[in-house]
Design a binder for this molecule. Structure first.
Ligand SMILES: Cc1cc2nc3c(=O)[nH]c(=O)nc-3n(C[C@H](O)[C@H](O)[C@H](O)COP(=O)(O)OP(=O)(O)OC[C@H]3O[C@@H](n4cnc5c(N)ncnc54)[C@H](O)[C@@H]3O)c2cc1C
Length: 462
């Protein structure tokens, strides 16, 4: 039986959409690749490090009740690998947790909400592939999901307020964070306080993070960057230095710190594959990353396709929740029903989305990724980890072989052809080759298969 609405992603955005849709009398199927709903923010048994003034517990309780009372079809350990339009609705193809088995399924629905979230943005630098070096999200996931610390002496580095959230999670779990290394200067944030202030719900989080750092006497270095990770077989030290406004290292300021874990992150990249498969229009967000374009009701350019949360642009948990709510309303209306939410509540939700989006834009403005990181990438540094393609090969594709776009570099070097299909390395390749990243992001947003699936499973369907 086709569902009225299929929701892909059981993070905050997906859950919020599901609750509105089920309360409004629609049949809802919610699909998530994780083994529990909650997404990145509410991962595992650990309570979130940020309260955000939201009653997530209430949202989660409402969702669980509606699974029983209204029969929300919640399918966990379920990966959506393809989305296609059919007649007036959609065909959603899934596979189970074991990528080698052919347990695929095909669902149909009248409307779809994509709420697939985001993943860490990584930039290559010498030593970044050493064991012990991981993304900020990876370190946080270890603590939140498995109660395991990434090391005994941990450096947290990169840019953005997420570094504070990671540090807070680590020190709350008893971790020894020896420094937080922030490449930008957060004073920039104060200059944009006019747009940040309305989202004052965040000040409590900030105060909590700062107090925790102060209590543990964790140094917070502004305008510093990790330039190199070193070690034999495992991370043993990092070289940090002061940087100028473009993130170029200031000669003579280098220091070497012994550590066995480095959690490093430069923001997030929205997960846009499924929307790309049905030709939804994309936009470049204020962080320079790709995002699904939506209108004020979270409708994409494809009829009956809504998108919510990080997939429409990186903006944090509060924005994801409000967008999920509005997307749920739009999906209900798409199914010819009236949403179980007053007009005033919907209008308030849409205003909140605008306010929180402004807050997110201000953060992106205060914590940009500057070009100076490229200077540290020496010839031996791997850019594409999956296919083990070095920076010299990537640069050589341009200087020696005449490549003029990311696709040519991929064909010549295999950078982006591996397991992650360029999700991690594509922005780095563009930056190292000095390509127009907006053009190649939008041009490269089409991946016909979103997650690996056995060919036999696809063949069996036809
Ligand atoms: C690693 C990481 C850590 C973060 N930590 C913080 C933090 O500490 N504080 C903070 O404020 N913000 C954090 N964020 C930002 C955070 O993602 C958002 O604030 C919030 O979780 C967004 O909710 P969402 O519903 O949009 O996406 P998510 O919470 O990411 O949920 C998306 C869900 O979609 C599922 N999914 C994705 N693709 C598929 C597919 N093809 N098939 C099936 N399911 C799929 C995923 O399993 C996931 O459960 C983090 C983001 C990341 C990537």
């Amino acid at each position: 039986m086709p569902s009225d609405i299929v929701i892909v992603g059981g993070g905050v955005a997906g859950i919020a959409a599901a609750v509105v849709a089920a309360r409004s009398g629609c049949s809802v199927t919610l699909l998530d690749s994780g083994s529990a709903v909650g997404g990145q923010y509410y991962r595992g048994a650990k309570s979130p490090e940020s309260g955000s003034g939201l009653s997530y517990e209430a949202l989660r309780r409402a969702f669980d009740e509606l699974v029983v009372a209204r029969g929300i079809d919640r399918r966990l350990d379920t990966y959506v690998y393809s989305l296609a339009r059919r007649d007036s609705g959609f065909v959603v193809r899934t596979r189970g947790d074991d990528r080698h088995r052919g347990d695929v399924d095909v669902l149909e629905s009248r409307a779809v909400v994509i709420a697939t979230g985001a993943f860490d943005k990584q930039l290559p630098f010498p030593g970044w592939t050493l064991p012990g070096v991981m993304s900020g999200g990876g370190a946080q996931a270890l603590v939140k999901g498995s109660d395991v610390l990434p090391g005994q002496r941990i450096v947290v580095a990169g840019t953005g307020p997420f570094l504070l959230a990671v540090t807070y999670a680590l020190i709350s779990a008893g971790g020894n964070v020896i420094a937080v290394v922030e490449a930008n200067d957060p004073v920039g944030l104060a200059r944009h306080a006019w747009s940040v202030l309305p989202a004052a719900g965040k000040s409590a989080d900030l105060a909590k993070f700062v107090t925790a750092l102060a209590k543990k006497r964790v140094p917070y270095l502004r305008r510093h960057r990790v330039r190199r990770a070193s070690g034999t077989g495992h991370l043993e030290s990092v070289t940090i230095s002061r940087v100028d406004g473009d993130w170029r290292g200031i000669a003579g300021s280098e220091r070497i710190w012994e550590c066995d874990a480095l959690a490093i992150g430069y923001g997030f990249t929205a997960q846009t594959d499924l929307a790309g498969q049905v030709g939804a229009r994309m936009r470049i967000g204020s962080d320079g990353g790709l995002a699904v374009e939506v209108d004020e009701r979270q409708r994409t350019s494809v009829p009956a396709l809504m998108a919510a949360g990080e997939t429409t642009g990186i903006g944090g948990v509060d924005l994801a929740r409000m967008e999920g709510l509005i997307a749920g309303v739009a999906a209900v209306e798409q199914c010819g029903r009236q949403a179980a939410l007053s007009d005033a509540a919907i209008a308030r939700g849409m205003r909140d989305v605008l306010k929180l989006r402004r807050f997110a834009d201000a953060l992106h403005f205060a914590f940009p990724v500057r070009d100076g990181w490229r200077d540290d990438v020496d010839d031996q540094t791997l850019v594409c980890r999956c296919e083990e393609v070095s920076a010299s090969k990537v640069r050589g594709a341009v200087s020696d072989l005449g490549a003029r776009d990311a696709r040519s570099v991929k064909l010549l070097t295999r950078a982006g052809m591996g397991w992650c299909q360029g999700r991690i390395c594509a922005p780095a390749v563009d930056a190292l080759c000095r390509f127009d990243s907006a053009a190649s992001l939008i041009g490269g947003s089409y991946r016909p298969v979103a997650v690996p699936v056995p060919l036999g499973a696809i063949a069996a369907e036809s």
